[in-house]
Design a protein around this ligand. Structure first.
Ligand code: ATP
Length: 256
């Protein structure tokens, strides 16, 4: 029998409060090696808060987070070796060129013989023509691709992406989708947050739906559909509207 791989990421009753406001109510889910999990939710649902806590930028108010069995609060350096995080407002070093970013990443993460990957990575992300350009001269979409290149160079166990397609043109979107799928097939886990439900539907193995800090649904698209009592071919957009409309209507009925 095949051994069951341990999750590379596990949240157990993770909670985040900002003073007396609860941004994320006890939330549990896991991401397995080679799996792509998408988080979708209404504005303010707690997606970014959850991602920032996973990467150690926010301290949980309760529950626990494990990345490859380690706690981001106790093992921040070890976790940085196996996790890459690309926020939605990624900031490059303005005075480094594209290639220098790759080189800097290779030095910071002690990646041996990294140079042999540079050409193929830049080609994969359509950045070859910009290899000698300063980051300050790149467009927003190019900066996003550069962040991906740096993350892919490290070959981490899990890549966390907040709105990964922001600013990308249609070719860039297609390239990034196939890059993510290929790496997942090779064992990299992905956790991504996006409002682009088509992307999530196309790319993700499982989906976490959040609303007002709560987990509404978590599972494969067919499990999430079944939970919303929808047909087996209903698009994710319809599922999302159905579950969030229900919650909105309940909240309206209960409000004084
Ligand atoms: P969006 O889709 O709009 O980006 P999100 O799901 O990423 O939203 P978060 O940014 O995680 O949502 O925010 C969740 C909730 O926590 C929101 O109500 C937000 O106003 C609140 N919040 C976030 N950061 C803080 C903070 N530093 N102090 C107080 N409240 C905060």
């Amino acid at each position: 029998m095949q051994p069951i791989a341990s999750p590379v990421l596990e949240l157990i009753e993770f909670t985040k409060r900002y003073e007396d406001f609860t941004a994320v109510h006890p939330l549990s889910f896991e991401v397995n090696p080679g799996e792509i999990v998408g988080i979708v939710g209404t504005n303010g649902a707690g997606k970014t808060t959850t991602l920032r806590a996973i990467v150690g930028l926010l301290r949980p108010s309760g529950g626990c987070i494990r990345v490859a069995g380690m706690n981001p609060e106790h093992d921040p350096v070890a976790i940085k070796q196996i996790l890459a995080y690309i926020p939605d407002n990624t900031q490059p070093f303005d005075l480094l060129t594209v290639t220098e970013h790759l080189h800097f990443t290779a030095l910071a993460y002690r990646i041996e013989n990294a140079e042999i990957q540079y050409d193929s990575l830049l080609e994969e992300l359509d950045l070859s023509a910009k290899r000698h350009s300063m980051a300050s001269s790149l467009s927003r979409g190019m900066v996003q691709k550069l962040s991906m290149a740096c993350a892919f160079l490290r070959n981490p166990e899990i890549i966390i992406l907040d709105e990964p397609l922001t600013g990308l043109d249609p070719r860039g979107i297609r390239n990034i989708k196939s890059s993510i799928r290929r790496r997942a097939d090779q064992g990299t886990a992905f956790l991504l947050s996006s409002h682009l439900l088509g992307l999530v539907e196309e790319l993700c193995d499982r989906v976490l739906v959040m609303h007002e800090g709560k987990r509404i649904s978590f599972g494969s698209l067919s499990e999430v559909r079944a939970g919303a009592n929808l047909d087996c071919d209903a698009p994710l957009e319809e599922v999302f509207m159905a579950v969030t409309d229900d919650l909105r209507n309940t909240a309206l009925r209960e409000s004084p």
